[in-house]
Design a protein around this ligand. Structure first.
Ligand code: FES
Length: 114
């Protein structure tokens, strides 16, 4: 089931938006070429918000260390993070951004629980 998480106008190209209304929080990104993607917001290494990271093409770099995550697959490119994040399916309907949350278990960092 899809949930509305924000409106398209809430998003800024090249930036992420943390959504706290779902648990665990997710990060929604609008890429420079107009694509909307959603992944888990919490880095898998430590408690950092990926919405506050740096977006380049379809990868976001964690704001704390140098691991980057794919917005398309959730995979991580290099340590210190070792596990990827979940990817959530996004549908843009008019101005509404709808997300179908992954049913997989989240890869939360040590000490963080849902
Ligand atoms: S907290 Fe994200 S790579 Fe360390």
């Amino acid at each position: 089931m899809s949930v509305r998480v924000c409106s398209l106008q809430d998003l800024t190209p090249g930036e992420g938006l943390r959504i706290d209304s779902v648990t665990p929080p997710i990060a929604v990104f609008l890429t420079e070429d107009g694509q909307v993607h959603a992944i888990d917001d919490t880095c898998t290494h430590q408690e950092a918000s990926l919405a506050a990271g740096w977006l380049e093409d379809c990868r976001v770099e964690c704001p704390l260390h140098e691991s980057t995550f794919s917005l398309l697959t959730g995979d991580v490119d290099q340590p210190p993070a070792k596990r990827g994040v979940r990817v959530h399916q996004v549908e843009v309907r008019g101005d509404d951004v709808l997300v179908e949350l992954s049913q997989d278990a989240p890869n939360l960092p040590p000490g963080v629980t849902v």
